[in-house]
Design a protein around this ligand. Structure first.
Ligand SMILES: C[S@@+](CC[C@H](N)C(=O)[O-])C[C@H]1O[C@@H](n2cnc3c(N)ncnc32)[C@H](O)[C@@H]1O
Length: 275
């Protein structure tokens, strides 16, 4: 069954005004460019599918965005629910899901909710948060609220996993890079630039994306999107998980399952409920 996300309705049934929903939708302006750059990123999908082979379904993909990870789960035969607070991202996912084989489409449910307050009324064998999305939670209370909600939705013998980048203390305070240039099927040439500023005392990085869009018959246009991430350190994440009732069973440093090391670019936590 697929509950197509509807604007202004949360999973717990509480209504939000459209102004509240819009102001929380960090991805509203840039969602339509997300898949151009991310849909072919597949490095993490096998990692989460391998966890699902251990636990079985149903599976909960938190902060599921445009369905980049959710869709391969349905294609692999898992009953999968995606939760995201952005109506724009969910609508893109819903369109992609509608093109799946009907048997796969049947396996997908999507819910518009903030993961800090989700109430889906059921439990899952595997819950995951891919692609550093957990770092959108800026305050310790936000992180704890989300982890407690996840704990409530996790089966007693289930697994919870999340992937975040490993912060390096030697990183520059400012970063500007060209992430690439691509041609869309509509004939637009899009160049993606990223600027980041790091603020070590608050453990935050502010990311600005600039999409420069050109087409022969139209003037150049720039779409800008800004968001802040609160990065996490290894020990901090272990303590956070412990406080929220989880016992860590593995920390990997790459998607092939290698151990986490000081030089690892990723931190991939796998946890279960404390017994
Ligand atoms: C970087 S995108 C990742 C999408 C997808 N998981 C992927 O790997 O491609 C982050 C997503 O997190 C969602 N998000 C941010 N904060 C959220 C929250 N508190 N609750 C639910 N979703 C949230 C955003 O709307 C966005 O779709």
């Amino acid at each position: 069954m697929m509950r197509t996300p509807r604007k202004g309705k949360t999973s717990s049934g509480a209504s939000a005004t459209s102004a509240e929903v819009e102001s929380l939708d960090l991805y509203e302006g840039s969602a339509r460019y997300y898949d151009i750059w991310h849909d072919d990123y597949k490095d993490d999908i096998r990692y989460f599918l391998d966890l699902a082979e251990r636990t079985g379904g149903p599976v909960l993909d938190c902060m599921s965005g445009t369905g980049r990870v959710l869709i391969p789960f349905a294609q692999a035969g898992y009953e999968v629910t995606g939760v995201d607070r952005s109506p724009t991202m969910l609508n893109i996912a819903a369109t992609k899901v509608s093109f799946l084989d009907p048997k796969e489409e049947e396996l997908v449910d999507m819910v518009q909710s903030d993961i800090r307050a989700m109430n889906l009324g059921r439990k899952f064998k595997l819950i995951f948060i891919p692609y550093s999305s957990f770092l959108h939670l800026l305050e310790t209370k936000d992180q704890e609220d989300a982890l407690k909600c996840i704990h409530d939705h996790l089966d007693d013998d289930g697994l919870f996993s999340f992937a975040v980048f490993s912060p390096r203390l030697d990183r520059p305070q400012q970063l500007l890079r060209h992430r690439g240039t691509r041609l869309t099927p509509q004939g637009e040439i899009i160049s993606w630039f990223e600027a980041q500023t790091f603020d070590q005392p608050s453990q935050r990085t502010t990311v600005t994306y600039f999409y420069d869009i050109s087409r022969q018959d139209k003037p150049l246009r720039r779409v800008t999107s800004v968001f802040t991430l609160r990065y996490l350190f290894h020990r901090e994440a272990l303590e956070l998980l412990d406080r929220c009732g989880f016992e860590v069973v593995d920390v990997n440093g790459d998607y092939l399952g290698g151990p986490f090391k000081a030089t690892s670019e990723q931190m991939l936590f796998v946890a279960r409920k404390k017994r």
